[in-house]
Design a protein around this ligand. Structure first.
Ligand SMILES: COc1cc(O)cc(Nc2ccc(C(=O)Nc3ccccc3)c(OCCC[NH3+])c2)c1
Length: 336
């Protein structure tokens, strides 16, 4: 196990829990709270031309703070590496959850889809589009709540969400017809299409558009035709039809989706996308624990926390806040 000196004294790094293209994710313990975190480690040399994506994602994660988005606690950049200290999501990928159950009943699919709609509506409201929505990018935390991850392909179009994007990206099976056709597209409309593919995967256990040959896959996506298995209810089929409209202008807008009859069934309240906790407001109890531990004036600490430098103080504050929200003791462990 190579020892990441940049983390020494702050985090106790354990095993690798995930590895993808140019990144690996390790389990770690935050020393002062003892809480578990996930650390995404990227080697700058291996990143090559993907390096700007990392900065895009880090900038996005510093803005995006909501209960259904995996939280960024700290960023450490050295000569050779980036370290993103992230919220620990031990429930694994939604993808694996669907595979294990074959497919989900409508009620369970609705519970997840409401959380996905909440996260997507929030990032769109903040002027971002995810552009790579798929079950692999939705993790479950210890309370079975969904957390959206991997904003490496997200876009914040200059001039707002009404400006078109051009770069083709994301995973083909979840990509919108206008995107695979190479046309200009709105990130928000493309995300809604991907949500349709996601909902189909939740309800059916397989993909609406699938083919080993990429050209055939694109033809199927652009045709907009997919099988409707007999177990789908009429209401589910109606929602899928609203989401999987080939013409992006006919696709249901995310704000209408939040109060769609299918999403309301059994809940009777529209999906809320507002963050549960205000970021600007510094919690007094966490501030007390920090000021005693560091022996520093509350006012100084409050000002420093409000700079949101995403340094160790940000991470420690956010982890204490996490504890408060989960009604766990707000305390730091002194390191001798
Ligand atoms: C904003 O959040 C992000 C951004 C990003 O680019 C990547 C990630 N990736 C993460 C975050 C957390 C975990 C995790 O906690 N996994 C885990 C923990 C305990 C047991 C099993 C898994 C993560 O896992 C990667 C492997 C998942 N199959 C990735 C978050």
């Amino acid at each position: 196990m190579s020892h990441y000196s940049a983390l020494k004294g702050y985090y106790h790094v354990r095993e690798t829990i995930g590895s993808g293209g140019f990144a690996k994710v390790k389990l770690a313990y935050h020393n002062l709270t003892g809480d578990k975190v996930a650390i995404k480690i990227m080697d700058k040399r291996q990143l090559g031309e993907d390096l700007p994506r990392v900065r895009t994602e880090i900038d996005a994660m510093k803005v995006l703070s909501q209960q259904h988005i995996c939280k960024l606690y700290q960023v450490i950049e050295t000569e050779e590496k980036f370290f993103m200290i992230l919220e620990y999501c031990p429930g694994g990928e939604l993808f694996d959850y669907i595979v294990a159950k074959d497919r989900l009943l409508e009620e369970e699919a609705r519970g997840f889809f409401r959380q996905i709609a909440s996260a997507v509506a929030y990032i769109h409201d903040k002027g971002y589009a995810h552009r790579d929505l798929k079950p692999e990018n939705l993790l479950l935390d210890e309370d079975q709540h969904l957390k959206m991850i991997d904003f490496g392909l997200c876009a914040k179009p200059q001039g707002g969400m009404q400006r078109h994007l051009a770069t083709c990206c994301g995973s083909p099976a979840y990509a919108a017809p206008e995107l695979v056709a190479g046309q200009e597209y709105l990130g928000s409309e493309a995300d809604v299409w991907s949500m349709g593919v996601l909902l189909y995967a939740l309800l059916c256990g397989f993909l609406p558009f699938d083919d080993d040959n990429i050209a055939n896959l694109y033809k199927k996506i652009q045709s907009g035709k997919y099988d409707v298995p007999k177990w789908l209810t009429r209401e589910s089929v109606k929602l899928l039809d609203d989401l999987l409209q080939v013409d992006p202008k006919k696709r249901i807008p995310i704000k209408h989706l939040l109060c769609h009859p299918w999403l309301l069934t059994g809940y009777d309240v529209p999906v809320s996308f507002k963050p549960k906790h205000k970021k600007r407001y510094i919690d007094e109890d966490c501030l007390t624990e920090l000021s005693v531990f560091y022996n520093r004036r509350r006012e100084d600490l409050k000002r420093e926390i409000n700079e949101w430098n995403y340094d160790y103080l940000t991470a420690t504050y956010l982890l204490l806040l996490n504890r408060k929200h989960k009604k766990r003791p707000i305390r730091l462990i002194s390191q001798h």
